[in-house]
Design a protein around this ligand. Structure first.
Ligand SMILES: O=C(O)CCC(=O)C(=O)O
Ligand SMILES: [Fe+2]
Length: 294
């Protein structure tokens, strides 16, 4: 889609976005590695506004967006600071992020067509918190045909010590791998995928304000936060504009103009396991089976 300045509301323009015809992403680099980091896409002022906003929501008890109730006295830092999920459904600033014009432009450059927004998540990841084992997002979103995309914004500088995002370059073109059981001492999620032979996990060091884009096949995750501070991030997930189906959890599906789209529900399932009625995936593969399937 051709973007002209008349499509960009004034309030969403930023110093980085003055020349709306300049590319935000390097499509060739993305095509090779499967991810692309747009440095400084959000300004320090925008990052602080997000931090103030989400810390206030946490301080107010989560305002209905937490994954589970906040447990201030729990020994598990993630129970003290559970993730905020799907805030864009009621929280204006989160919806502004999901449907931000810079993200629209970058995602459209990467995909060739404009995607739909379906998910926001805010990770506080406080000191001592576990990370999220390696996975492929398409396992959860179940987009058909096509895949999903993430726009992951660092709100703190992300380092190996505080549990930055980890990616497995080149895996954006592989098929979906069957999940296996994760190491729960390092991950709050119970499933992971094995790294296929010949590929390597890479730590992505990012500064607050940088955004990394990656698709639904790219294997990614993060390790524990071994620093003394938070590793906070805000992520939007999208599905390709050609999508006809997505998992039930992701409705309503938003266009960037904030209208919603009618798609079919993908109930999922298949060779690697089954989804229970509440959407939890029951694993049934070993490492060998997971790799052998592809
Ligand atoms: O930030 C993390 O630790 C993991 C995030 C993730 O998996 C995602 O945004 O899809
Ligand atoms: Fe993910």
């Amino acid at each position: 889609m051709e973007l002209t300045s008349s499509h960009i509301p004034f309030s969403m323009e930023s110093a980085q976005n003055e020349g709306v015809n300049d590319s935000i992403v390097d499509v060739d680099a993305y095509g090779r590695a499967g991810y692309y980091v747009a440095r400084g896409l959000f300004s320090p002022e925008e990052v602080s506004a997000f931090l103030v906003h989400f810390m206030r929501i946490h301080g107010a008890g989560g305002e209905g967006w937490t994954e589970r109730p906040i447990e201030p006295d729990s020994p598990d830092p993630l129970r003290q600071y559970p993730r905020l999920l799907q805030m864009h459904r009621g929280d204006e600033l989160s919806r502004d992020y999901l449907l931000d014009n810079r993200l629209r432009k970058a995602l459209t450059e990467l995909l060739g067509t404009e995607p739909y927004g379906v998910q926001t998540m805010m990770y506080f990841k406080p000191a001592g918190a576990r990370g999220q084992a390696l996975h492929q997002d398409q396992r959860f979103l179940r987009v058909e045909p096509g895949t999903c995309m993430a726009a992951w914004l660092a709100l703190d500088d992300c380092t190996s010590e505080n549990g930055c995002l980890q990616v497995v370059p080149g895996t954006h073109t592989i098929d979906m791998l069957c999940p296996i059981t994760s190491d729960r001492s390092k991950s709050f999620t119970r499933e992971t995928v094995p790294v296929p032979p010949g590929y390597e996990v890479k730590d992505l060091h990012m500064k607050a304000g940088d955004v990394v884009f990656f698709n639904g096949q790219l294997i990614h995750g993060s390790g524990p936060n071994e620093s003394n501070g938070f590793r906070r991030i805000l992520v939007g997930h999208y599905i390709v504009g050609e999508a006809e189906k997505v998992a039930r959890y992701y409705f309503p599906v938003y266009r960037f103009d904030r209208s919603t789209v009618d798609l079919e529900i993908n109930e999922g399932g298949g060779a690697c396991g089954e989804y229970s009625a509440d959407g939890v995936f029951e694993l049934k593969s070993t490492v060998e089976e997971a790799l052998a399937a592809h």
